[in-house]
Design a protein around this ligand. Sequence first.
Ligand code: UDP
Length: 246
Amino acid sequence: MYSINKMPCTVPASHDEIQRYFENALSQNEQHIISFVNPEIFLQAEKNPFMMWYLQQTEHNFIDGNGLLLAINRLCKTKFSTQDRYAGTDFFSYLPQDREILVFLYGANEENNAKAAENITKKFKNIRISGRLNGYENKSDDEIVSIINTSSTDIVIVCLGAPKQECWILKNKDRLNAKVIFGNGGAIDFWSGKIKRAPKFMIQHRLEWLYRLGQDFSFKRIMRQMSLFPFAWRILRKKFLIERGK
Ligand code: UDP
């Protein structure tokens, strides 16, 4: 466990370890709120006390961004590589493969949500989509919670963008029966195939952001990427307060 400027984060020792975590989480009768954090989320948390507070309450914030691993490496003299990053978009590969797991997809537009559900069940034979709802339905939280609970799902993935998804989770988690709940930003768009994952060599060379920018050359995306330059500068200057826990 590490803490970067007071944001706790977890670097699993191996793929097996993260798989074991989800295996345990799914076999217990408790609720597990987790998160996958990248530099954008980290920067948001630095500015938004709610986001920071939320990330301090979650059970694990798995690192989904090479920039955060680099910051830890520079200050703690660790040697984490791109393989130690656990992306929220690879979530299904962290789940136990030997049993059926029910997943509810909430968020993104209707077309992407439906396509993602189809692609996920095609690719992962152990995953059943217990239900799905796009993120633009005119439904009350009461209705949404009731739809999710009626589906008897194990996992709820909320993709409304940050911090909207975190606000939604915080407001509704106590009424949800699912065992694992987390926000996953634009992951449904990835799973739908509408937004493509960067090629392996770009991921390995930490250029995923460039590929993403190429696919979505909007003002919003450009501004987001620009905000990462001061972050990179701070990594070079070792301007982070990193604490190492157990
Ligand atoms: N979204 C949604 N409902 C909303 C606002 C956003 O379902 O009211 C979805 C949007 O369609 C997209 C996701 O939330 O699929 C946000 O993606 P983005 O890449 O902006 O999120 P990030 O990963 O940066 O948090």
